[in-house]
Design a protein around this ligand. Sequence first.
Ligand code: GLC
Length: 554
Amino acid sequence: MEGMGLRNVSSHCSISEMDDYDLSRLLGKPRLNIERQRSFDERSLSELSIGLTRCGLDNFESTYSPGGRSGFDTPVSSTRNSFEPHPMVADAWEALRRSLVYFRGQPVGTIAAVDHASEEVLNYDQVFVRDFVPSALAFLMNGEPDIVKNFLLKTLCLQSWEKRVDRFKLGEGAMPASFKVRHDPIRKADTLVADFGESAIGRVAPVDSGFWWIILLRAYTKSTGDLSLAETPDCQKGMRLILSLCLSEGFDTFPTLLCADGCCMIDRRMGIYGYPIEIQALFFMVLRCSLAMLKPDAEGKEFIERIVKRLNALSYHMRSYFWLDFQQLNDIYRYKTEEYSHTAVNKFNVIPDSIPDWVFEFMPTRGGYFIGNVSPARMDFRWFALGNCIAILSSLATPEQSMAIMDLIESRWEELVGEMPLKIAYPAIESHEWRIVTGCDPKNTRWSYHNGGSWPVLLWLLTAACIKTGRPQIARRAIELAESRLLKDSWPEYYDGKNGRYIGKQARKYQTWSIAGYLVAKMLLEDPSHLGMISLEEDKQMKHVLKRSSSWTF
Ligand code: GLC
């Protein structure tokens, strides 16, 4: 492909530079700005990173902070000096280390929950891929990358297993939801047992596992500066297999990814089938991370081309159709229906009567968010925290949209944060709707678990989003709330109730990702340069493309 010059230098530049891929160049279109204007700081940091240790330094580059560091109350150095570790931090580290899982003497992950009091173990004694992410980030931020590398390599081996549900063979690239290490004390042998959805309640494959794997691979690379892992043929192949599952062509008319209910953190039926925001935001982030890590060799090149095209279409679709603010809501409220042909404004034929009452009250004059789902004649107006935070971190949200999401969180604090950060979804589904949507799920009753429950793990995502948007005071407020209860309540998995006041009905105690999520939030606030591990800068070219195509379409 022409114009691949940018990628040819990839082995000499840092991942942060590769993040700044140039969409129009890759698409073979003329660029407006040949030399992207970079500030001296930016340039010198990335130059410094070439051939030198990249650890920590180029993390700064991806920190989106409007107006430079002025968004922060105090300069990083003095924050650091004055930082008094909260007494909970030491407890959290101890608890996190107790959750370590070993395979043949090497730490390979953390168990989902170390709750000895709970009678039902179910699968909480396993290493969940998604649950391990905050643990991994905590270890990376603490300068302990080995466990993360071991985890990435072990899960990569699992990917190559043949996976079946009854007589049906799953796609090659699928990654497990979780795995377990079986110790045989007699034969003194360790073996792995993995679950790709074939044992999971509901038998749903975790679409997010492979996505988190790629995001973690980038975080590891970014944090250690060790490009060699991502560049191994095995990791390159692992990425390509995951990508081929979600880039394959079918009957789709949208660039979003069609999913079954319960295919992500919300792993039970909750009416998120279709195009759930959590998966779309992760998908977008994964495409961008992969673009930075894929080698433009014989096999990688084709993927790079497909990724660029998909990113372009996906960002346009998400920013236009999933975005809801006061203006947009008012437009939908006044939609005409039964429009046919290319001139239709109401493209998906959404019937205004289907807009739920609560959203009119909920929507502030200032603020907005990506709604839960968009498909023909169906908009799920619910707020989902994970998808919106990932949208900010991946820069799927434009800077204006990111600010609007933070405005919404601030103005709807009672509803979205309440007494324990952070509501997984808002509002809860009740009565008849709950019966129909969840199939009468007793675990997902209103304001509990996935149905409007409050999940401490989401604190790290909120904190990262706050730092990226230059609003650390919001994170501080949320962390204080968590600190008033989490340890005392033994690190529950989730809280129940409209305000998140009650420990969840069936919540595990010593839930590892509640512990790790808190630690990551604390470390991010203490040293915002860690943000680069899980954040990507806005791509200016993509913004340009969006503007242009909107003016063409309307
Ligand atoms: C529950 C959660 C899921 C999590 C798992 C292990 O099933 O819904 O997101 O990965 O517990 O903690």
